[in-house]
Design a protein around this ligand. Structure first.
Ligand SMILES: N[C@@H](CCC(=O)N[C@@H](CS)C(=O)NCC(=O)O)C(=O)O
Length: 204
């Protein structure tokens, strides 16, 4: 299998950590890709995804699986179901928490594109503030309802650490640690996991 990725992508990091945790990383060749708003990449559009987003998982039979959550579901099924509960209340809690974190990550990425990619004269600060608020409200929610931080290891925790690594990378002065001490403690513990460390190492 091949995985398109970029080292800084929070969505690709989630998939890489998942693959390591499931013991599948040696079956996956990491293929760097460059996709960004306003940058045409016709080969990627044509061969991998018309949405021009990474990560994408290219199976050995040529089929392509897109969207980081669909990819982790696929990998989790291959590994026998370890990171997404199979049924019942726990399943819907994990999937719902994951969806919130996915939306928070989308919102932070949109802030990055608006501030770092869009021409300065076209910047719409109110819109950036609104997107940022969605991420911040999400962090507030998990700080105030911290069961996600302590329950058995699952995909929503991997998504959360991937978001926080991205926050440090793109918005190092945003002050999330001071604002959310429980999340900061969770993140410090997660950074000790070999899978998370490997995903951050320069060679990864
Ligand atoms: N829902 C997608 C989001 C993926 C995504 O937005 N990836 C970013 C990189 S971190 C991307 O490919 N951006 C390129 C673009 O939007 O043009 C997923 O979970 O895989």
């Amino acid at each position: 299998m091949k995985l398109t990725f970029s080292p800084g992508s929070p969505f690709a990091r989630k998939v890489r950590i998942t693959a390591i945790e499931l013991g599948l990383i040696d079956k996956i060749e990491l293929v760097p890709a460059t996709v960004a708003p306003t940058q045409p990449n016709e080969a990627y559009s044509h061969d991998i995804s018309p949405l021009r987003k990474l990560p994408a998982l290219i199976l050995d039979n040529g089929e392509v699986i897109v969207d980081s959550y669909v990819i982790v579901e696929y990998l989790d099924e291959l590994a026998g179901g370890k990171l997404i509960p199979a049924s019942g209340a726990a399943r819907w809690k994990v999937k719902s928490d994951h969806s919130i974190i996915q939306g928070m990550t989308d919102a932070m990425l949109l802030c990055r594109y608006e501030v770092g990619v869009r021409p300065k004269e076209l910047l719409w600060q109110k819109w950036v503030d609104d997107q940022w608020d969605r991420t911040w409200q999400g962090l507030t929610r998990f700080e105030n309802h911290p069961d996600i931080l302590t329950r058995p290891f699952d995909i929503s925790q991997i998504a959360l650490v991937s978001l926080l690594v991205y926050a440090d990378f793109r918005f190092p002065d945003c002050g999330w640690r001071a604002a959310f001490p429980k999340l900061a403690a969770f993140h410090a513990t997660m950074l000790e996991r070999p899978s998370v460390r490997a995903s951050i190492a320069p060679a990864a």
